[in-house]
Ligand binder design. Structure first.
Ligand code: MET
Ligand SMILES: [Zn+2]
Length: 324
């Protein structure tokens, strides 16, 4: 059965919770794909051989999506987190906007074809931070207010706006308040289909640049009816597993009417210099308890981010079944 529009599902079916896939980048790495590249998880798509039917890498990507779907995911993401035009044009042979558009179209069609018409597809857009690797500090230099966020996002955003295979645009892991305010200032001509913003929040429940969730909610409420009508959900991603339920609860208290999404990482800590993950923390709770708290606090899309695997998604799916 073909999916109903995502906006209709979120707005008119308040009891329905969607299961998102896990962290695609780190899961590909687990499966032996080399993502140690300035374009990170988009690296496999940049080689011509990926597009040949016999490609081994292509098989690995398909197997990953297949395993997430078997685990219960009914909304999946394109592997385009670090496929912004700047990173791609500076680091690959794709140099023009026309070639870039063909590149994104190929990734999206490949993903849609593989997941089918029944499931939802998110067009993943990583933050400006992804280009300079500071998702977990939010340190955008001395003048974050002067960065041309629109110029940075525009080529990828325009592509996802017009691509009918994309149901929902996801701005992921946003760590800086200036960037967040920029995205929230764009009207329906600039973001013309449903979108969400995933905030990158630390263990003290602050945006990585130190902004409180209260300041963020005051800003959102202050936009009143000027807010882009396509903003469908707010949420957090790549926050640590142990803190995620508390962070979501706070967000829900500040923005009670807003549908939320949450997809924490495994709780390990990323070292950007070594590009490795460290110190697996002991999980305070299991997925079942955590997912119940998510559902009780307004979560409508639940999944995993970096270092979560199909096994995590299966546990999330069975908890969602039980509690939603
Ligand atoms: C650094 S957060 C990365 C999110 C992205 N969707 C991925 O897992 O590939
Ligand atoms: Zn992540």
């Amino acid at each position: 059965m073909k999916r109903i529009p995502i906006k209709e599902l979120i707005v008119e079916h308040p009891g329905k919770v969607l299961i998102l896939d896990g962290g695609q980048g780190t899961e590909l790495e687990n499966r032996g794909i080399n993502i140690n590249s300035p374009v990170w998880s988009a690296a496999p798509f940049t080689s011509e051989s990926f597009w040949e039917p016999s490609s081994q890498e292509r098989k690995v990507v398909e197997e990953m999506y297949r395993d997430f779907m078997i685990a219960g995911a009914n909304i999946l993401m394109t592997i385009t987190y670090q496929a912004n035009f700047q990173s791609i044009s500076e680091n690959t042979s794709i140099k023009t906007l026309a070639a870039y558009k063909r590149f994104l179209d190929k990734i999206v069609s490949f993903t849609r074809e593989f997941i089918g018409e029944e499931r939802y597809l998110i067009g993943s857009i990583g933050p400006w931070a992804a280009h300079v690797s500071c998702e977990y500090t939010g340190d955008y230099g001395p003048h974050p207010e002067n960065i041309d966020y629109y110029g940075f996002f525009k080529p990828q955003l325009e592509n996802f706006n017009q691509n009918r295979d994309i149901d929902l645009i996801g701005f992921e892991t946003i760590p800086n308040f200036h960037e967040l305010k920029a995205i929230l200032s764009w009207d329906e001509d600039i973001i013309s289909k449903p979108f969400y913003i995933g905030l990158s929040v630390d263990d003290n429940s602050l945006l990585r640049d130190g902004t409180t969730l209260e300041e963020i909610s005051v800003h959102i409420k202050g936009l009143g009816n000027k807010i882009n009508k396509n903003l469908l959900l707010m949420g957090v991603n790549c926050v640590s597993f142990n803190q995620s339920a508390l962070i979501l609860k706070m967000l829900h208290e500040h923005l009670p009417g807003m549908p939320l999404l949450v997809y924490p990482n495994s709780g390990e800590i990323y070292n950007p210099k070594e590009k490795t993950w460290h110190r697996p923390t002991n999980k305070l709770d299991d997925w079942e308890t955590t997912v119940k708290k998510f559902v009780d606090n307004g979560a409508r899309i639940i999944g995993g981010c970096c270092r979560t695997s199909p096994k995590d998604i299966a546990e999330i799916a069975s908890a969602v079944d039980k509690y939603s």
